[in-house]
Design a protein around this ligand. Sequence first.
Ligand SMILES: Nc1ncnc2c1ncn2[C@@H]1O[C@H](COP(=O)(O)OP(=O)(O)OP(=O)(O)O)[C@@H](O)[C@H]1O
Ligand SMILES: [Mg+2]
Length: 340
Amino acid sequence: MIELAAPIGRSQPFLDYLDHLSRIAPLQRPVLIIGERGTGKESAASRLHFLSGVWDGPHVKLNCAALPDSLLEDELFGHEAGAFTGAQRRRIGRFELANNGTLFLDEIANAPMAVQEKILRVIEYGELERVGGSETIKVNVRVIGATNADLPRMAQEGKFREDLLDRLAFDVVTLPPLRHRQGDIPVLADHFGRAMAHELGWTKFDGFTAPCMAALEAHDWPGNIRELKNVVERAVAHGVANKPVARIALDPFASPYRPAMRNNAAAESRPNAGPVPTDTTAHQPIDFAATVEGFERRLLAEAMAANRHNQRATALHLGLGYHQLRNLLRKYDMLKKDQE
Ligand SMILES: Nc1ncnc2c1ncn2[C@@H]1O[C@H](COP(=O)(O)OP(=O)(O)OP(=O)(O)O)[C@@H](O)[C@H]1O
Ligand SMILES: [Mg+2]
């Protein structure tokens, strides 16, 4: 059964990426997929498999970050009975399970050096031994790796094997982040919104109000498609059935009751901005100036607290000049008497 979802998007960077994928899919060579979190690396790997010559062969996945080193080796290569305490029976590893198909190694940067060496050997010679075994087993597997780490740099620093990188990087597909896919946000938002409305039993989906869509388009989406999907699904779930979605909350943690941030690490996270008040159809009009002022005050107060009220550190933290910061603090009457 083929589970190949239609790719959603029509921006040039996305179309270029799809074209790249289609060209390399039929080649029985390793591929490295690089992309920020939530850009669709796993979807890209599935697409490569289903467009390949081995689409009807096995499609096996393993997340290299999900297991401790010894278990990862066992998962990948399997073991013979008695290989270690508790190994009562022979176990077939993922490489063997993926024979004549595709093995997708997600988060491949997390594979330890010893495992990398064994992966390289399978790619180069199609050979492996199960843990505790002496028999050499032949497999024919296409390896697709994915990561959001900077592998060339890790290789330079001795944290990733250069020879494995050379082999994996036969072709490298880099996924465009959402903020570079101009025009795709409305298409994706409509797709996710429609699906959610259907799930909720709405009889129609009327899209988003203009301010709501403007807020979606203005956001820079560090979590990419996954983040957009969550924001849209949440907005629809909180919306009114069969009416355009009129309110979105970009930050699910935003709350007036959110515990105060106490250290710099916490202060680096997104400020407690509250939901973007995009509901132009609500009864109460939005007071733009007061909303902006509230946001600025909160941001300043949190940044000052996180920087122990040191103004130079706070200015640096907020990317403001020292005098800019002081002017803002003065404007909101937030300077202590001895600081004026
Ligand atoms: N072309 C697409 N159309 C619709 N939804 C998509 C598409 N590509 C990815 N998605 C959705 O976006 C989300 C993230 O995709 P995926 O898990 O493939 O990203 P990822 O790059 O592997 O993320 P991470 O780095 O966090 O592992 C998933 O919910 C997936 O269903
Ligand atoms: Mg992933």
